[in-house]
Ligand binder design. Sequence first.
Ligand SMILES: Nc1c(C(=O)O)ncn1[C@@H]1O[C@H](COP(=O)(O)O)[C@@H](O)[C@H]1O
Length: 161
Amino acid sequence: MSVLVGVIMGSKSDWETMKHACDMLEELGVPYEKQVVSAHRTPDLMFEYAASAAERGLKVIIAGAGGAAHLPGMVAAKTELPVIGVPVKTSTLNGMDSLLSIVQMPGGIPVATVAIGHAGATNAGLLAAQILGAFDPQLQSKVRDRRERIRQSVIESSVLE
Ligand SMILES: Nc1c(C(=O)O)ncn1[C@@H]1O[C@H](COP(=O)(O)O)[C@@H](O)[C@H]1O
């Protein structure tokens, strides 16, 4: 099956966080690719990646970055595909810098921003699957089954001894 989701990150050091998005895509059987692309350090590659993503068949892009996290917004500026931004936690400002850099997009160029760090990356993978699931009943049913398992496990552990 062709690759549907592009998972990109500003640096190899973001992998620790971004692997959680990939884990979720794998769990749900969504074909994806992963790559380091930086708006700051490899601007031409970033432009090329974003500009060609739709014609290469990608449907959703997940972009994670830390600090002055311009990657998700700049990618969103160069593609009409939905972009999900993952703020990577930083040692200096705990990821608040990443979050604020990603979330405050100007009108007309949206980035769907998730929470800071690992949990946000997991949700980014899930959100990408849910977007694709709107056009793919089989994938949507996998998401539904996953939610049911979560619901069951919360109910099972809801009685405190
Ligand atoms: N925020 C960005 C961008 C970008 O937005 O284009 N490129 C790299 N970075 C971030 O710099 C941090 C430190 O990177 P290094 O660990 O390589 O020094 C990473 O979290 C990366 O996402």
